[in-house]
Design a protein around this ligand. Sequence first.
Ligand SMILES: Cc1cc2nc3c(=O)[nH]c(=O)nc-3n(C[C@H](O)[C@H](O)[C@H](O)COP(=O)(O)OP(=O)(O)OC[C@H]3O[C@@H](n4cnc5c(N)ncnc54)[C@H](O)[C@@H]3O)c2cc1C
Length: 262
Amino acid sequence: MRILVCAKQVPDTNEVKIDPKTGTMIREGVPSILNPDDANALEAALVIKDENPGTEVIVITMGPPQASEMLRECLAMGADEAYLLSDRAFGGADTWATSATLAAGIKNVKKIDLILAGRQAIDGDTAQVGSQIAQRLKMPVVTYVEDIKIEDKKAIVHRQMEDGYEVIEVQMPCLLTCVKELNEPRYMSIGGIMDAYEQTITTWNHEDIGLSPEACGLNASPTQVFRSFSPPAKGVGEMITGNTVNEIAGTLVSKLKEKHII
Ligand SMILES: Cc1cc2nc3c(=O)[nH]c(=O)nc-3n(C[C@H](O)[C@H](O)[C@H](O)COP(=O)(O)OP(=O)(O)OC[C@H]3O[C@@H](n4cnc5c(N)ncnc54)[C@H](O)[C@@H]3O)c2cc1C
């Protein structure tokens, strides 16, 4: 079986800061990491590989050359091959253009039985790319996957819901987007880290994956970010005091009623 994992390098922060003067994201001093949901996707692929000898795990990313560091981390965790889609023409991509590039890259990789992606990336936060790739590759997709079992040519998955889960059987090849409840990603091994630096990362530009410059990046993005800004700070909190627990609770309840919260 050949499993492909879509992994994105993201800034290590849930609190992306915006420069108020320029309106752009402040990336200086923010380390880059493997997107957390993608680490769960990779772990799921590695577990399937552990249980099914002969399985190959391939990782693909679209990003700048420094994204290769994140790919080495994936190799050190146990992935077999890594592909970097990197080209100036890919810059400024929205989710539509990102998925077009990733789908073209995936088509260029040898036959794949299963594609795993994260549910969402912690920077863009749209949760659109996985489903768009599936649609472009004409594959079934299941999102919010928190459990995976492979039986013959089928994946039997639990899809997370607000109040439970659905059990879905899906024919492979298919694409699954993974959530953090799926597993606990493993650490890189020392041997894995050493080996990862010996391995080749295949880098492809737009020509390598058969896309014209008009079909990727900003040129192929139907949306454009018009303005970015930090949300206004919340008002200062109020500490409720009193001499007894009952008094404090009473004041709290009346304040909540005043604001029509209860
Ligand atoms: C309206 C809009 C305009 C944008 N304009 C720009 C711009 O001008 N310049 C710019 O740099 N960015 C821009 N972006 C951000 C860019 O679109 C996203 O970073 C990218 O499309 C991925 O979307 P996401 O981060 O929301 O990923 P999600 O859809 O949340 O990611 C889901 C999963 O898809 C996979 N995935 C996503 N991206 C990649 C990737 N690059 N490589 C491998 N796997 C991946 C991962 O498995 C990930 O967990 C824009 C975004 C939006 C919404």
